[in-house]
Design a protein. Structure first.
Lengths: 663, 320
């Protein structure tokens, strides 16, 4: 049987199906970028891709060269007008997308197809500049799969494969590549980037605390469910009410806004009392600012991040902005006393009240101060004031711009942590007690599956620190006076659920949904720690866990080679095992033995001769073995072409052939 | 220049022992594999992806880079395996007239699964692609355009594949010594062969043919129904075939001396035309050219023999 195939020329126009596959793959890979792109680029790409599809579908002619040149230049100008740059992350990605679309439009040959597919791989990479979440990772894996399927389609020259014939071999290649990918991911020597300066706009659209505070500013942050950082405790978690994560300390005040001081000096951590240590590790999300967070009060500079230090006001600061996920180990003291000997010159600055602003508040502070005999009593008097007349809400009314704290304390009386902290600090200063605002996070959510504390932007908080003679710095949280449940149970408990989704999953602790949510968080945490946060340090730690304390690049290279050969060997074996010839029918083996015996005796079977024709010839030429030959031939025909033969019958056949003596 | 040097180096490295006895199995040591141009470009892409991943500390970027790299490695094995263990045998190489497309036939078999996009090409020519399905001999016809009469040699054939992803080029060389006979292009204006045929043969010599009933013999597969002795079958004598012999009494001689032409090729074209004409008339004819005399006969085989003699006349190694 033969099947003849016609000659296929490689220079024929690109196959419609293949082109449509490539266009679909491009749409898939561009899709995650669309929400970030200006409308005109999204529409432009859609039009160009549809146009290219139409060209292939109905054998329409390609656009003229001058047209392509004009469109290309126009789109570059458009991007420049939109972003005022063609470099940087957002503009660069937009440019890459537009160029990829235009490449599709003028793609005519197999070579240009290759270029387009490679551009697609770059688009996959650019998606990771914006997010490296689990869903996006999986989605991009699917995109790579589709691209490989497209490559397979274009290389199936001579026939047009169907859906499964593209996707199945592509899946095989991707799956077979995964073990080696994992090996390289773990073993490839990691270099800490960046190799060159990062584009300036990487901070675009990130949320987090800022270095200033004014009434009403935090409320947008508090509505965000974004994770700020995660904390894993060594041993028991401290009581919920003590989970104050210290961030920026604001001392400068202009009547409305609290700011960080221009200059901060690092200081010795001179604690006159430090007890109840707590050890923990923080995995912080990038927030493009230098501060790190630690539970009040930090003991030492983090071990792993040597480029961080503690300032005299106990702020933990990194040298460079946190622009990638980072993990550091900390120790804090829950029971402490410090700062009794703070120099007067510093304390004087912390008494500053902008003259003429918030006069009624200043008056109230002075009143409280004069009514009480010592600092403690003064603080309690002010706290009492908050606990009686104020309401905690995230939707406070707008305040007067000139005297916002007067407006808040005497008119609206509605607010949340930053209103309370700001007003309280101002009262303290007016009453002659040095005070400052501390911002950070309070509380968080415990994942019951891995005992990890998830701290979100919604947990952002602000409180006060006052300097009491003989005692030093004391934390006072006026919000606790207004809404104790905020401090004890988190912001959701204080407010009730925010939004529909949260009310579904966060309102109570029963049912499957919280479990799913926690499992998701645990997965995310593992992902962040081991996949996204896998860097030089993690790699070293990984080898330490394997019992290899010192690992140099030679060892890594050696294991990489081993892994490559192991995977290559396994794949080759899997491929070649299918090529083994099928086991031969034992009846045929026996028959060939019979024929060669007779051939030795002078009766060679001709290639065209069937068993019966051969038998006839054998009978006439070797009459002495006629009966035996007939028996063997009959058995062979039955075994091969008849009902088949059992093992015993085959053995019998072999026996008869062995006994045959034709010579 | 560089292409020439590369060609001669590759000729030296991949010099084959020719011709080979079929079938040829493409065993491991016969298969060469190197990245294709696309493959080298892909390596560059991988490098750029790696640099980007390092610069932006993109863990998933590293993953993408390593995934694509591993896929290239796996694809190399797939490409190699797509060619490995194929069995090749020479196929039909039918003669053609000069100016027509000739085809070198190669039969390809796979021991297991379908092999996609297997290409065969002669040096410097466009390849022919075919999917090789198991269980049959897949015929691949490699076209070659002919201009002159003579013998066209296929020479060494390159069997290659880039499936599945085109990053690697796996290839092997085979040489079955395939040849195609290219007949002279018949001259349509040559008219009919001269009727004043001169008989050189003795009277009464029987020549195997169909002219006169000679004898009955046992039926052989391939005998035409016209030849079957139906009457004998009706008499239950079994399936017999009537054999005739043509008495070479009236025969035509196609003679070199009678063909007029500007040059040798033109004369051969005239002769080729006469051979075809004579065969068309159903006449028994012989061919006489310097160095060769083909006694009169008729039938496809005889015609082919005459045309081949014309094709190879004085020119045993014609170029295509």
């Amino acid at each position: 049987m033969t099947a003849t195939s016609p000659a296929v020329s490689i220079s024929a126009p690109l196959d419609v199906k293949n082109v449509l596959w490539l266009l679909a793959a491009m749409v898939f890979v561009m899709a995650p970028h669309v929400p970030r792109l200006p409308y005109w680029i999204a529409i432009f790409c859609a039009v160009v891709i549809a146009w290219r599809g139409w060209i292939s579908w109905s054998a329409w002619h390609f656009p003229r060269r001058w047209f392509m040149v004009i469109v290309t230049l126009a789109s570059i100008v458009g991007i420049w007008l939109t972003y005022r740059s063609v470099f940087g992350r957002e503009a660069g990605v937009a440019l890459l997308i537009v160029m990829a679309a235009l490449k599709l439009l003028e793609m005519r040959t197999q070579r240009e197809v290759t270029l387009a597919i490679y551009l697609g791989f770059f688009l996959v990479l650019t998606s990771f500049l914006f997010s490296q979440s689990i869903p996006l990772g999986i989605y991009m894996l699917v995109c790579v799969w589709i691209f490989v399927a497209t490559m397979i389609g274009f290389n199936r020259i001579g026939s047009s494969p169907n859906f499964a014939e593209r996707l199945r071999p592509a899946a095989a290649i991707v799956i077979q590549a995964l073990p080696l990918m994992a090996a390289f991911f773990l073993l490839f020597p990691r270099v800490q980037g960046p190799l060159w300066a990062l584009p300036r706009d990487t901070s675009a659209g990130r949320t987090g605390l800022s270095d200033t505070m004014q009434p009403g500013q935090l409320s947008n942050l508090i509505k965000s469910e974004e994770v700020a950082f995660r904390v894993q405790f060594e041993g028991d978690m401290p009581p919920y009410g003590l989970l104050y994560f210290r961030g920026p300390v604001l001392t400068e005040f202009d009547g409305r806004t609290w700011r960080m001081p221009e200059l901060s000096s690092s200081g010795q951590l001179r604690y006159s009392r430090r007890e109840r240590p707590v050890h923990y590790a923080v995995t912080i999300e990038p927030h493009q600012k230098t501060w790190l967070f630690a539970i009040d009060v930090p003991a030492e500079v983090p071990k792993t991040t040597t480029r961080a230090g503690v300032l005299y006001d106990l702020q933990l600061r990194n040298i460079v902005p946190v622009n990638q996920r980072m993990r550091y180990e900390m120790t804090s003291w829950l029971d402490y006393r410090y700062g009794e000997e703070t120099p007067r010159v510093i304390l004087m600055r912390l008494l500053h009240v902008e003259p003429g602003r918030n006069p009624r508040t200043v008056e109230l502070g002075q009143k409280f101060s004069s009514e009480t005999t010592n600092a403690r009593a003064f603080v309690n008097r002010a706290m009492q004031h908050f606990s009686t007349q104020f309401t905690y809400t995230l939707e406070p009314p707008k305040l007067d711009l000139r005297d916002p704290y007067d407006d808040f304390l005497f008119n609206t009386k509605l607010g949340f942590c930053e209103h309370f902290a700001g007003a309280f600090t101002l009262l303290m200063r007016a009453g002659g007690l040095p005070a400052r605002v501390v911002t950070g996070y309070q509380g968080g959510e415990v994942n019951p599956l891995n005992r990890e504390l998830i701290v979100r932007q919604a947990d952002a908080h602000a409180w006060s620190e006052v300097w009491i003679p003989e005692e030093g710095w004391v934390r006072v949280d006026p919000t606790a006076a207004v809404s104790p449940v905020r401090v004890e149970g988190g912001v959701n408990a204080a407010l009730g659920p925010i939004g529909v989704l949260n009310s579904l999953i966060a309102s109570d602790g029963s049912g499957m949904l919280p479990y799913v949510r926690y499992a998701w968080h645990m997965m995310n945490s593992q992902w962040n720690q081991w996949i996204i946060g896998y860097n030089t340090d993690r790699q070293r730690q990984f080898f330490m866990n394997l019992g290899l304390p010192t690992v140099d690049w030679r060892t890594l290279a050696f294991w990489l080679v081993v892994a490559t050969f192991a995977v290559g060997g396994a794949v080759s074996f899997g491929l070649l095992v299918r090529d083994r010839p099928p086991r031969r029918d034992p009846a045929v083996v026996a028959w060939q033995r019979y024929c060669s015996k007779l051939a030795a005796a002078g009766v060679t079977r001709a290639p065209y001769e069937g068993p019966l024709d051969y038998l006839a010839r054998v009978k006439s030429m070797k009459p002495q073995v006629a009966a035996a030959a007939e028996d063997i031939t009959r058995r062979y025909i039955e075994a091969r072409y008849g009902a088949g033969a059992t093992k015993a019958e085959l053995k019998e056949l072999m026996q008869r052939i062995a006994e045959l003596r034709p010579a | 220049m560089i292409a020439n040097i590369r060609q001669s180096i590759s000729d030296w490295i991949f010099r084959a022992t020719i011709p080979e006895s079929p079938p040829v199995t493409l065993v491991q040591r016969r298969i060469f594999i190197l990245p294709s141009k696309q493959g080298y470009l892909f390596a560059l892409v991988l490098l750029l992806l790696l640099v980007g991943s390092i610069n932006y500390n993109l863990s998933l970027g590293y993953m993408l880079t390593f995934l694509l790299m591993s896929m290239a490695g796996v694809a190399m094995l797939h490409t190699w395996r797509n060619l490995a263990h194929l069995r090749l045998r020479p196929g039909r190489c039918d003669p053609v007239f000069a100016g027509d497309m000739a085809h070198f036939g190669v039969g390809v078999e796979t021991p297991s699964q379908t092999r996609f996009a297997i290409a065969i090409r002669r040096r410097g020519e466009e390849p022919v692609y075919a999917d090789v399905v198991p269980g049959v001999t897949n015929g691949v016809a490699i076209p070659v355009s002919t201009r002159r009469r003579g013998l066209v040699r296929a020479g060494r054939l390159e069997v290659f594949t880039r499936y599945p992803v085109g990053l690697f080029h796996a290839w092997s060389y085979i040489d079955f010594g395939l040849t195609v006979v290219v007949y002279p292009k018949p001259d349509p204006f040559a008219g009919s062969p001269p009727s004043q045929s001169r008989s050189h043969s003795e009277e009464g010599i029987p020549v195997a043919g169909e002219e006169e009933f000679n004898m009955l013999r046992a039926y052989r597969a391939g005998d035409t129904p016209k030849q079957i002795a139906w009457k004998a079958l009706a008499r239950e004598q079994g399936l017999l075939t009537k054999e005739f012999s043509a008495m070479a009494s009236s025969e035509l001689w196609i003679d070199w001396d009678e063909a007029r032409g500007a040059d040798l090729e033109a004369r051969l074209s005239v002769l080729a035309h006469w051979v075809i004409q004579a065969e068309g008339f159903g006449q028994s004819y012989g061919l006489r050219i310097p160095g060769t005399v083909i006694p009169p006969n008729r039938g496809d085989l005889h015609q082919a023999r005459c045309l081949e003699a014309l094709a190879l006349f004085d020119n045993p190694e014609a170029a295509q």
